[in-house]
Design a protein. Sequence first.
Lengths: 798, 201
Amino acid sequence: MTKSLYLGILGLFLFLSPLWAQGQASLRGIVYDAQSKEPLIGAIIQLETEPKIRQASDKDGAFSFEVQKKQPFNAQLFYMGYQTQEVKLEPDKVNLIFLEPDETSLTAVEVQGEKFRQDGTRSLSISNIGSEEIGRNVTASLGTLLGGIQGVSFASFGSNIQLPIIHGLYGNRILILNNGFKHGFQNWGSDHAPEIDIQSAESISVVKGAAAVRYGPDALGGAVITESHSLPFQTGLNGSISSGFQTNGRGYNSGFNLSEGYDRFSWNFGGNMNIVGDRQTPDYMLTNTGAREYSIYSGGRYKIAENLVARANYSFMRQNLGILRASIGSSGAALIRNFEADRPVIIRDFSYDINEPNQFVTHHLASVKLDWNPWQDNYFSFRYAFQSNAREEYDVRRNADLPIIDLNLTTHDIQADWTHRLAPNIEGVIGGQLLAQSNGNNPGTSVTPFIPNYESFRASLFWVETLSYQNSEWEFGLRYDYERNSVAGRERTQAPFSDLFTFSNFSASLGYINQINNTTTFRSNVGTGWRPPNMAELYSFGQHEARQMFGLLRYEEDSEGNLRNDRVVPIAESNVQAEQSYKWVNEIEVIGQNNRFSASVYANYIANFIFWRPIGVVGTLRGPMPTYIFDQANAFFTGLDMTYEIQHSGNWESRIGGSFIWSQNVERNEPLINQPPINLNYELAYSKKNVGPFDNLKVALQPMYTFRQFQAPREIQIRDLIEGNVQIDLSSEIFDFMAPPPGYFLLNGYAKVEKGKFAIGLQVHNSLNTRYRDYLNAMRFFADDLGRNIMLNVHYKF
Amino acid sequence: MKNQNKLRQLLMLLFIISIGFSCQEAEAPEEENEVEIFTDIELIFTAEDGTVVRALAEDPTGGLAVNSSFTVQPFTLKANTTYTLTFELLNRLVNPVEDVQEEILDEDDEHQMFFEFTNNAFSSPAGNGNIQNRDGEINYLDFDDNGLPLGLRTRWTTGGPLENGTFRVWLAHQPGVKTATSSVNDGDVDFDITFEMTIEE
């Protein structure tokens, strides 16, 4: 860790140093990633001369030394997360150097942005999480892990279900790209997290901005991209085993990973298991919040010819996630009692048992990829993936043994693209995608299906070109999507209904990158995006978990202004429209000798923004039931993300970050619901090599403060609605059943030691055992958030 | 040339696949029986002389509408009379109409009926019922397998005349938590309805 960091900073320092060497001959070359064949920026090339001369590769991976003698020179190459390589540099020719990723390094450090920037996203703000951080957070979900990034937060539905929020947008506005494919899952509501084992990922990056041109309508708000094992050739058998324990929930986890690479073939195989029981707040147990997760993954890569490489991957994940028992009432009266209680109404002793309410999900992903490089600077890629997602959700009800939601979703995804260089300063990619999804309700739930059956088909074409000119780059992108949906479901009376509709639209983006000087880069991107409403937004119907929900087509207003839901409205008769977004993101990044600063400012206007909100409490024989509807309005989001990192001395470093978002329903001039509050966080880390018996030591403290959400809708208590003190109709101002919780301070931290191939990590979350509730956690209505959690993890890598 | 042919074949294949995918029609899911729902909850007071007093609480949408509402009929009992209270619990949203009472009887160890009424409206049970106070007196006539009260059959002896009285019925669903001391605060509520009650000479 320390070593790489040191090298990184040294690299930056060298990168910024003027070159003084003058001479007779030149040693030139380009450094590439041996796997991706992408140029590596900032790799350090050290000539074994006396004195040693060092240089960092530039933005094209290139370097050039002037030397006195025209002769081959020995050089060493260093790059964070890659194996150090010794090469002989020949004078007056371009030496191509391929660095292999360092799979066995425990010290692989966060790899900064450039490595993962795909065409079409260069001018956007991107953050990465590397394998070190992933490995340190063994039990974290994708959502919580990403929540550490500025501008990214997560919405949770209790302690097991977290979804990333990027700049205030979440759900199916954020594309989860798992190993190159759209994760085909029930991506709706706040209670469905992506079923991805993040431990199988080598890196995760977040594209903060409208990446719709490159990735399609699902990426209207951004994209989360997980990259699986790179499967390098020519590496001996290597792998890792890890095992850990956590105090909160008495959870234990273990995992393994094996990989090997021959000349033409490589493979990997791994698996993880995570079992947690009921979690606890500082004061009481959170009954039924246990989780059981199992995953296996495997991949193979085969070099068919020098310019043709095939790759196949398979992964499987199975989850059984408990949901807080006290969040659900089999009737409205019980639910309201849960809302009003200071402590959850059902608290039992600790248990690993998972009862209703819970979610049981299995997900298979099988994919094949073919990379073909027929001519220099021309890459063709063909990809196909099949995904099968089965989801069963159980509620507390008289027929609790029957799932209340029982869905199978199959996804076929075919992609082809051509990455090219048209001229020395023009490069880009043209591609197409066919995506077919089929969703089916399994019979036997004894309730009207919450979402209907559907067959969805989308065909897309995109074209992105980047033009480099001096210190600037211009990025142009255009995309066309056509989507067709055939829907069939059941009305309240069980009468069948069906509908057929299509959406199609263009998206465009224009990006600009300027390397202002050696230390400062400016990025700006203006992009449009669109997104058709999803099935849950259109057709949600019924009582499930903590709420009763009505989709956009499940209710209408009659001539007297009363809400009715006697029928499902055909989309052609409704006012429902696709979301249309216009986003402008600017980012400035300054990399100094021992510090780094980045700030991004964005403005995002979304016409026909779809959101759900409470509409009141309806009276039923089972008691009053809180009711929510989906609604559409024009919305505006603007915000600022900032990070500042500084290396104080050889051992101390710190990072401070914060993000602020302001959002408004501009159509009705009122706040939006469930938007992330302001967040500030700080990390102070101390690292040292060769401490006592250990090779490396790192200790970090991570205080963070989350403010009260001051832009939340007004509060109307359920009781006031029941007693008729407040009348609500469609035109009433937005409200919520509970005011946002107060701001809270959390002190987290971790320590890690390494000795040879062993590493031991200790992580503490909420070390002060603070009582708090998080505005974005749906369970805030019912219970406090998690108390202190200490996680111990042992890792062995060979 | 060979490559171009392959490319053409591939494009052809993609074309065929996309035609295939784009013509899929969804089929409606199978019909489901909404079993969680009560549309009719009727109190049936049968006096010893065979006179029957009925009071119906009705929600024709079963609470599944965005504008759900329900109606509750008031009822009038005779003073100083002993009644047996039974129920009719129906779900009319399914076909044939479901008698929910059968299911409650099957799961008698998970259910209990609780009551609350105007204080001392009855000479037996006295008091105001067992919703506010678990130990309040109720004359249960039926019991589950564990010998705990169920409440689908109860006995009531009215006191003197009463106007503007109330009679509240609460069916608690207490899977795994029904005990001799469990109250309305345990488990979930299947229904909770307050009727207007009058007692006449």
